[in-house]
Write a protein that binds this ligand. Sequence first.
Ligand code: ATR
Length: 277
Amino acid sequence: MMNGHTKLAGVIGWPVSHSRSPMLHNHWCRVHEVNGVYVPLPVAPGQLETALKGLAAAGFAGVNVTIPHKEEAFRLCDELTETARRAGAANTLRFVEGRILGDCTDGTGFCDNLQAHQVTLGGNALILGAGGAARAVAAALQERGCEVFIANRTRERAENLVQALGAGHVLAWEEWSDRLGEMNLLVNATSLGMGGRRDVPWEEMLCRGKEPLAVADIVYTPRQTPLLQAAQERGFKTVDGLGMLIYQARAGFHAWFGTLPEADEVSFDLLAKDLAI
Ligand code: ATR
């Protein structure tokens, strides 16, 4: 029941109709009896600044920002968390006393999900990819004491990423699988495997991996990606990408509505069902 005390938040994107965030946040509002509502906010390119000012003036607690506004959101923030600065992105904004505070919860969500799967963080982590997702994951793993290795098809992007992070190592795309024996964690932060495509002979690539290697994928369509399937067959611990989606949303919910929600089974079921995965 909405009333004068209802807290407001939402997700800004263009288009935004595909976003599952409203379903997830409104589920949490219901189960945690929070007087809040989370709405999809279609904002056209070039309109982000106007929209943010308007939402703040209208009393919104904050918003998530998604494609194509992520980079501009980062620039428009008055203050950034250290995590957002290191990730070079802000996906979760809070409006506080006329100022915009930006955080990036992707990497935190990724790590929280690993920990929920009893993966101990530390040691060597090999990240495949050098895009925005890889950067957020790499920054968060570094903050948690991991030695980060980056392998990317386009080597220059991996070099730029390591430079931006201020630490870490670049591995050639052709040789990462030879170095797998040194790693405690392998993360696919590329789009490889999306839609279940078997674009890489993962079984072969994983042959040098050693226990206790954990293998995580940020791709969640399908939930069991070809990489995770191959890793499971080799007996490695696996973590799928759906949890990252849920855990990255928790931080925003907490910031706007004041309650840290449960990453409960219903949250997973709701998303999995809606994504048909
Ligand atoms: P995001 O910001 O979501 O991470 P992105 O910047 O488009 O998206 O990055 C996609 C990642 O998947 C990149 O690391 C990309 O490698 P390149 O930098 O060489 O483009 C990687 N990727 C996509 N298709 C790939 C493929 N067929 N083989 C290897 N890497 C691939």
